[in-house]
Design a protein around this ligand. Structure first.
Ligand SMILES: [Fe+2]
Ligand SMILES: [Fe+2]
Length: 480
């Protein structure tokens, strides 16, 4: 009872598995960051207990902050890999080393804002904000005192980049950000820092004598532009899945999707309808719409290995399964659409989060039709041979896709005059059967969310029904 109550209250997160060696490397890098960020305090002479104590305090503070940063990134991205954690702390190490070497010559804006952009794009805004707070608060060289106004500008600019970076949906918007942030930082530095020194009347003089504000902002723009250029490289090395990459993958002109539309048109139509169902459900529960849309597009690409073995691609004349007349072999063909799909994903370098949709949309569902056939033939066969290999959905998004996949054919087959109540009943029955089978156990979907998903599917069905209604047209009324 306690377990059920807890599940209904707080979504359970699957703990990520990081190997011991990776943990050790990450820990050692955190130690290195702490040493770099604090060792200069020990160089102050004379060395006494108070100095050592203050060094120890800074060292521990940085070490704990790095640990908190990793925890924040794990809680924002439950599926984060050790490579991605490594990227976050390596960027922190790079920022601290740059500060140590160039703090007096390079503006802190150019050191902190570009990494914040990479982290917000790849790992989300909250992780980026946590990174920014650590990177802007700890300065390795105690001799360098940051101007209060500059610190304020740094915090505002890097927070804006962190918040917007996580939402940006195209490379063009990234480009705009890399131009407007340096302009904004230039104006704010001019108002808050430059104004004290320069008479606002003599602007010409300002540009000449305070070249550092201009050149700092120019440098920031250049570093940000370079960061944008390198983001695709970070995506492939560290397996980052940015919004821009998701939308690129969702392009229907991508070769794999194009092949699906040409070689398996039935599966392609099924995929488009599922995209609609899954998108609406994801919007209702506040899930990641771009992720689910792209995942839905690729979920059945494995059917390309033998399109006509799947009912949606048969024109009604011939069913190869009837000719085969072997339920066990037919079940293997069905399982092959998952295995082949994963091969296609590897070949086309699909990100792991997208590839996960391929096995998880089928989970460990039973291939009921062929299992029934085997039973009719009195074959002595275990039920497990007629179940997909899984795993069951590990996220809300893949679970929604499984439910959409189950409901799609039933909703499409419903009579045009069927009532909303009948449609909702059909949806509820399908979802309940998946729930009872334990397919949603690892997905973290709450009862409330499942209720919302049912309503979302019903809304989409209403739209489809509306589309199928024939409008009366006449010779005189063909304009609308
Ligand atoms: Fe499938
Ligand atoms: Fe499907």
């Amino acid at each position: 009872m306690f377990y059920l109550w807890r599940r209904s209250q707080v979504p359970l997160k699957q703990p990520i598995k990081i190997s011991r060696i990776d943990n050790l490397i990450i820990f050692l890098v955190c130690i290195l960051i702490s040493i770099i960020s604090s060792y200069k305090q020990l160089l102050i002479s004379p060395l006494n207990i108070a100095v050592i104590f203050s060094w120890l305090l800074t060292f521990t503070e940085i070490l704990i902050s790095s640990g908190i940063l990793i925890l924040v990134s794990k809680s924002e991205n439950p599926t984060i890999s050790s490579r991605q954690i490594f990227l976050i702390i390596t960027l922190l190490l790079a920022a601290q080393s740059t500060k140590l070497a160039f703090a007096s010559t390079i503006s802190p804006l150019s050191i902190i804002i570009p990494p914040a952009l990479i982290i917000s794009q790849g790992m989300g805004s909250i992780t980026a904000l946590a990174w920014v707070s650590i990177a802007s608060l700890s300065w390795p060289d105690p001799a360098i005192a940051l101007n209060n106004n500059l610190f304020f500008i740094l915090l505002v600019c890097s927070s804006v980049v962190s918040l917007l970076g996580g939402r940006i949906r195209s490379r063009a918007q990234l480009l705009q950000l890399s131009i407007f942030v340096p302009i904004g930082s230039f104006l704010s530095q001019w108002i808050l820092i430059g104004k004290d020194k320069i008479s606002p009347i003599n602007k010409q003089d300002f540009v000449l004598t305070n070249g550092d504000i201009t050149s700092d902002s120019f440098l920031l723009a250049i570093v940000m532009l370079f960061t944008i250029l390198f983001i695709p490289i970070f995506e492939s090395i560290f397996g980052l899945l940015t919004k821009a990459r998701l939308l690129e993958l969702a392009d229907k002109e991508k070769p794999l999707i194009r092949r699906l539309s040409l070689e398996a048109p039935g599966t392609f139509e099924h995929t488009l309808l599922i995209c609609g169902l899954a998108e609406e459900a994801s919007r209702m529960i506040g899930g990641d719409i771009d992720l689910i849309k792209t995942g839905a597009l690729y979920h059945d690409v494995g059917k390309l290995h033998a399109p006509n073995w799947f009912i949606e691609n048969q024109d009604g004349s011939r069913n190869p399964h009837d000719e085969l007349d072997d339920p066990i072999k037919s079940a293997k063909v069905l399982q092959a659409h998952v295995d082949e799909g994963l091969k296609f994903a590897r070949k086309n370098r699909l990100p792991k989060l997208i590839a996960n949709f391929i096995p998880e949309h089928q989970g460990t569902l039973k291939m009921g039709y062929f299992f029934q056939k085997a039973k009719e033939k009195n074959l002595d066969i275990n039920e497990c041979h007629f179940r997909y290999k899984g795993p069951i959905p590990q996220s809300k998004e893949t679970a929604i896709l499984m439910l959409a996949d189950g409901c799609e054919a039933a909703l499409r087959a419903m009579h045009i005059n069927a009532s909303d109540k009948e449609a909702l009943e059909t949806i509820s029955n399908i979802i309940y059967s998946r729930q009872k089978d334990g397919q949603l156990d690892d997905s973290n979907l709450s009862k409330g969310e499942i209720f919302l998903i049912k309503r979302a599917f019903l809304n989409v069905w209403k739209r489809i029904r509306h589309r199928r209604i024939q409008y009366p047209t006449s010779k005189n009324n063909t304009f609308s």
